[in-house]
Design a protein around this ligand. Structure first.
Ligand code: ASP
Ligand code: MG
Length: 439
């Protein structure tokens, strides 16, 4: 059994939905699970509808809801014959009535989550109907009956495993089971979700729960690229990555956020390969993420902009203990994660990618030393199998960056990554220079 996830770009139009249907109809093996996420743009639109309701503007919400409804009615016309369209129209109206009914009284996070869930519920309904019209034996199973998070917002893996098995059994034999990504129930049995882009995570959790032979993430991209393909023309999709390499890389995205960072862990723990597939060229194999990797090979270069570096210099740090704890407590107070960190005997530098509380953080850090902030920085990282026995890779990388001012260097946090902090103005030059030197 395989888990196949088709996300926003893979179901972005009637044509794409038809393509996906014929693609899976040809797929071998029975009982595969299809995980769907909302059509591209829908979730953002639903979030906007909720925003109007928070702002007590029900007319704004209604206008957006009606225009979304029209969009889906048109989609139905493209997918189905006249008679079936009539039936589907009634059902679609029910989905949008649900949104309109939630617009009435008080509006809280609870109502917002219900509205946002409709994107996945609608597409899975339409897709199941479409497959059945084509004579494909596909059965729907609702993620709301098996996908659950606990009080700490962590997936309740035992519950998921038991209940997905029950759902599949209750649905009976089928060639495909269709379900929703992204949405779940929380510990209070309310509708919840895995945050933006979270349907990859759903696919990975489902794959782990059913011990799938493979998890496939389908999009309109050919895989994870070995550099930012928008900047470096020679960038190519990577053939294979280890789970650890992929985890390092998914944070950066390389211009194509095709794999959500949270997706790696459940697959890694259950040791299930994750394959990134391309809906436009389904016959080619995209990036394969598994325990298999090429020893000593540099696989990718990646960059992340919008980074701020904070340096704290203090004579008190010399031979003192507890300094790092006091510094990190400040970031903890402001719920701001630290990404990169470098230290010396008399100071340290850290980077953050969220400036929301930067001023407060800096004010507090001043109690411990002299603080300097650099904004508009970029982390450049090189990812691959880079253990300390793999000698020489650092020299090659540093040499490639010889004309670029480097603000921080970090290696050893893992043996899969070496990171550099540079000015964003130098990003394109750095990516190109590294590509030339390393590939
Ligand atoms: N539909 C959700 C979103 O737009 C989940 C996903 O696409 O992964 O974030
Ligand atoms: Mg996605």
């Amino acid at each position: 059994m395989k888990v196949l996830k088709f996300g926003s770009s893979a179901v972005a139009s009637a044509q794409r939905i038809k393509d996906v249907a014929s693609l899976i109809a040809n797929a071998k093996g029975k009982g595969n699970i299809i995980v769907l996420s909302a059509m591209s743009g829908t979730t953002d639109m639903l979030i906007e509808i909720a925003d109007y309701l928070y702002k007590k503007n029900p007319d704004g919400a209604k206008e957006l809801t009606n225009s979304q409804e029209r969009k889906y009615l048109n989609l139905a016309k493209e997918l189905f014959n006249e008679k079936k369209t009539e039936e589907v129209t009634v059902e679609l109206k029910n989905f949008f009535d649900e949104i309109r009914n939630l617009s009435k009284d008080i509006f809280t996070l609870f109502e917002e989550k219900k509205i946002v869930a409709q994107g996945e519920l609608i597409i899975s309904y339409l897709f199941s109907e479409y497959l059945n019209e084509k004579g494909i034996n596909a059965k729907s199973i609702s993620a709301l009956n098996f996908m659950r998070i606990d009080k700490n917002e962590e997936p309740d893996t035992k519950f998921i495993k038991e209940n997905i098995a029950k759902e599949i059994e209750a649905a009976g034999n089928a060639d495909f089971y269709i379900t929703q990504g992204f949405i779940c129930k929380n510990a209070y049995n309310e509708i919840d979700n895995f945050r933006k882009g979270g349907s990859d995570y759903s696919a990975s959790l489902i794959g782990a729960a059913v011990q799938a032979e493979e998890i496939q993430i389908w999009s309109d991209m050919a895989g994870i690229y070995n550099n930012d393909y928008k900047i470096v023309k020679e960038a190519k999709p990577i053939e294979k990555l280890s789970f650890d390499e992929a985890a390092e890389l998914s944070y950066f995205g390389n211009g194509n956020k095709i794999l959500h960072p949270t997706c790696i862990l459940p697959a890694k723990l259950a040791n299930i390969p994750v394959r990134l597939m391309n809906i436009i060229q389904p016959e080619t194999c995209g990036t394969l993420i598994s325990t298999d990797f090429t020893p000593n090979k540099i696989e990718a270069i990646a960059a992340k902009e919008g980074i701020s570096a904070i340096k704290i210099k203090s004579g008190r740090m010399l031979l003192a203990h507890g300094f790092l704890r006091r510094i990190s407590e400040i970031f903890e107070t402001y719920k701001t994660p630290i990404d990169m960190i470098t230290t010396s005997e008399v100071g340290l530098s850290v980077t953050i990618d969220d400036n929301k509380y930067l001023d407060d953080i800096v004010n507090n850090l001043k109690k411990f030393g002299t603080v300097t902030v650099h904004k508009d920085m970029t982390i450049i990282c090189v990812v691959g199998d880079l253990p300390d026995e793999n000698i020489g890779f650092q020299a090659k990388i540093v040499d490639a960056l010889k004309n670029i001012p480097v603000r921080m260097i970090s290696y050893g946090g893992s043996f899969h990554n070496i990171s550099f902090l540079i000015h964003t103005a130098d990003k394109a030059d750095a990516l190109k220079a590294l590509h030339k030197a390393l590939f």
